[in-house]
Design a protein. Structure first.
Lengths: 209, 209
DNA sequence: ACATTTTTTGACCAAATGGACAGAAAAACG
DNA sequence: CGTTTTTCTGTCCATTTGGTCAAAAAATGT
């Protein structure tokens, strides 16, 4: 029998992990189409059939990567709490998303490419889990807005705006670097955090009467 | 001689145009790697060698598409005028960019994919023309900010934010639709325009004393 | 130690694909 | 018209690439 068996052995966990890490490197740069089994095998320091042995196909690796990442990806939004201070909650969410762009740029690009190309593999997940979560949090934000604890805002579009702006720093880093190339990575993300904090604060802080 | 001749004939203009339009369809969906000459030829209703006859290679089509689009893509930013009312200028820019996402989603995706994959073909352009333009307009915005005609803001990051948010509606339309699927395209973009106008207005309108 | 299962690889294959080429068809030109 | 140039296509080819397979090597179980 092969790795289909019930309990994955120590070696199976190890090798599959190695492959997934190597594949993330390759897929995030070349995309699904551009990536080759040979490149992945090379990056993982294995032979090509070995990679196939553990995952069956290139697609399977890609799909598993996406699925295992989705949860991590959504966790900052999940953590937005109805109990907290509205502005704080949003600003914390923005900062966490920005930090994910800094610390997990490959993952960000992986998702971006997937969605950009029509989300052929994550369609159901997006229409299901993601939508549910977004709708739930949108309702919370709407509530805050209605109570006057947050400036009036369309919650769904607000969430889109947060995603777009924060992920921009990972997905389009080449462009960002071309324009702010004189800054170190640290300086860049620090200035981005400042900007985003100020920006969202201004846009969302409720007007006092 | 072939189409390298000095003056492109009527047929050359026609066919090259046809190919470019077909290629945009294919590239924006499948990306450079995923697109095939056969698909492009098919979409253009031609034979494969015919496409090669006019462009020489798949890459050449892709590159020409990108280059011919860059100017159009930047024109809204170019039109931001130092003479106008600051808030007006910015909000108009935001709206124009959003409309481009609505009216030219394929072009948006084409650029997004290119940048996402490291801009191997547009690198110089981005580091050159684009950076020059952005720096120029950033200086204008900074001036407005300093004069108190606009809320204090980092102009480069502001431009990134505008790009990110507006292009999000084209590049990640699958995700947007999955979440706001109940809206018609018109309703969606109308609500987005409302949101963005309000949002940037709040964030950028200078505080009155 | 022996049998069984799992892991690993070199060699190979079929399909897809970018593009070359020779020549046919059509247009342009005199 | 006839000649020349441009346009167009069927056929073919070399390369790349995802994946198979048989068998070797290593691990595991008893």
């Amino acid at each position: 029998m092969n790795q289909q068996a019930r309990k994955p052995t120590r070696i199976q966990k190890e090798k599959r992990g190695l492959i997934l890490r190597a594949a993330l490197d390759v897929f995030s740069v070349d995309g699904l189409r551009g990536a080759t089994l040979a490149k992945i095998a090379d990056a993982a320091d294995m032979s090509k059939p070995h990679v196939v042995y553990y995952f069956g196909s290139k697609d399977a690796i890609y799909t598993e990567l996406l699925e295992s990442l989705l949860e991590t990806w959504l966790s900052p939004l999940r953590d937005v709490s109805p109990e907290g201070d509205p502005l704080d909650e949003i600003l914390t969410y923005v900062r966490r998303k920005l930090r994910m762009s800094r610390d997990m740029p490959r993952e960000s690009k992986l998702f971006a490419t997937e969605i950009l190309h029509g989300a052929p593999r994550t369609g159901p997940q997006i229409a299901g889990d993601l939508k549910t979560l977004v709708d739930e949090k949108a309702a919370v934000i709407k509530g805050w807005s209605n109570e006057g604890r947050l400036a009036p805002v369309d919650p769904h579009h607000l969430i889109f705006s947060i995603w777009a702006i924060t992920q921009h720093y990972a997905d389009f880093d080449v462009q960002v670097r071309a324009i702010l190339g004189h800054l170190s990575e640290d300086a860049l993300f620090e200035s981005a955090e400042h900007h985003l904090t100020d920006f969202f604060d201004r846009a969302l802080r409720p007007t006092v009467f």
